[in-house]
Design a protein around this ligand. Structure first.
Ligand code: PMP
Length: 385
């Protein structure tokens, strides 16, 4: 039992209390089989059913077409972006015989880290745009006419982060039409299942579970099936291309139905319960509507007090998941956090690299919690304007 939290942490994040209560029971005794969901083998019938049902729910809820495959891996967002280049280049080599240059759209610290990892692994990665160089800091998505669009015949994929968790920058829509013939890869770790997505436009979408869909420990991948056709290790070695560690080799994992090695079955079960709840509550459209309402309420409240609050992200790029703001008089930061905590509003401190505040309004954060926060922000501003 717990009092409903008003928790705005950036991740791990709040999950629906009812899901956790069910999960707690299932951790002890799963479906009355006398043993818990974290204890059963990932290859036993109930273990396999958890994986298969979770996949089926995700496909149904997010309208994933049959051209795409869903799989799970141990890990998080970092496992996602660091396993992308070796896997996607292996399929590009199979298709074209060439290694090519992975392309990166950099709009915040997570896409920057992903680019740096591709370089670190030895790929000749290219930058399509870096909003920090153009704007001086992250906080906008520059117009596509300022981007350097790569050529399709030399680009295995273009990578971007759909929602930059630290900087609060989110794409309303990625300009896919400018990348004809290039596979699009999106990190949706922090806006997974927050809105509808047209998967036919994507080669790969992945996300760490611990914000919108579960607890830390699992990454979810939605990949175009044709990208699972890789060049052989021998061929890749001949071209001096790094190959994927076996546990992160997508075709290997898919061929074993996400259980090539020990998938954390209990963590996947929590995802299953979250998906069930989302379906029960009206699906993705209803969730998106709620997310828009919550973020609009908070942004519009903060905007009412320009002498107190600063919103560093341009309107067109504002995240619906992570509302980043600073208090103009920085000496009030600790007072804001202290008073917020006294009002049972927690998890508001901004990322250490950015400072200020960040209110993460993930799927499980209720409109009521956001109303309480908006109310608090209003009272605080009235007292300090
Ligand atoms: N990508 C994004 C968008 C994230 O928000 C995060 C984590 N905050 C990561 C990647 C890295 O995730 P992890 O810590 O699970 O590796």
């Amino acid at each position: 039992q717990r009092e409903e939290p008003n928790y705005f942490g950036a991740g791990p994040a709040q999950l629906p209390t009812a899901v956790l209560q069910q999960a707690a029971k299932d951790l002890v005794n799963f479906k009355e089989i006398g043993i818990g969901a974290g204890e059963i083998s990932h290859r036993s019938a109930p273990g396999v059913a958890i994986i298969d049902d979770t996949k089926a729910y995700l496909k149904k809820l997010w309208k994933v077409p049959d051209t795409h495959e869903v799989f799970f891996l141990q890990g998080g967002g970092t496992t996602g972006f660091s396993s992308v280049p070796t896997n996607l280049v292996a399929s590009f080599v199979k298709k074209t015989g060439k290694v090519g240059k992975p392309a990166y759209v950099i709009t915040g610290s997570w896409s920057k880290k992903a680019y740096e990892e591709a370089v670190r692994l030895g790929f000749d990665a290219q930058v399509v745009v870096n909003s920090k160089t153009i704007e001086g800091k992250f906080g906008d998505i520059p117009d596509v006419d300022q981007w350097k669009i790569p050529s399709a015949d030399d680009t295995p994929f273009v990578y971007y982060c759909d929602n930059e968790t630290v900087h609060g920058v989110e794409f309303r829509e990625f300009p896919v039409d400018h990348f004809k013939g290039i596979e699009i890869v999106a990190d949706m770790s922090s806006n997974f299942l927050s809105k509808p997505v047209d998967f036919s436009k994507y080669g790969l979408v992945f996300g760490g579970a611990q914000k919108n869909v579960g607890i830390a420990g699992v990454t979810i991948y939605i990949i175009k099936k044709s990208l699972l056709d890789h060049a052989s290790d021998e061929e890749l070695r001949k071209l001096n291309v790094p190959i994927s560690p076996i546990a992160f080799d997508y075709p290997t994992v898919v061929s074993k139905d996400s259980a090539y090695n020990t998938i954390p079955t209990f963590n996947v079960h929590i995802i299953e319960l979250v998906l069930e709840k989302l379906i029960e509550n009206g699906g993705i459209d209803a969730q998106q509507e709620k997310n828009i309402k919550k973020s609009e309420l908070l942004y519009s409240t903060l905007e009412k007090y320009p002498s107190v609050y600063h919103l560093p992200v341009t309107k067109r790029a504002r995240s619906r998941m992570n509302v980043v703001f600073t208090i103009k008089d920085g000496s009030l930061d600790s007072e804001f956090l202290k008073e917020a905590a006294a009002a049972k509003l927690t998890g508001l401190k901004g990322h250490r690299s950015v400072g200020g505040m960040r209110a993460s309004l993930y799927n499980a954060v209720s409109l009521h919690s956001v109303e309480l926060l908006a109310d608090f922000a209003e009272k605080f501003a009235e007292a300090h304007k």
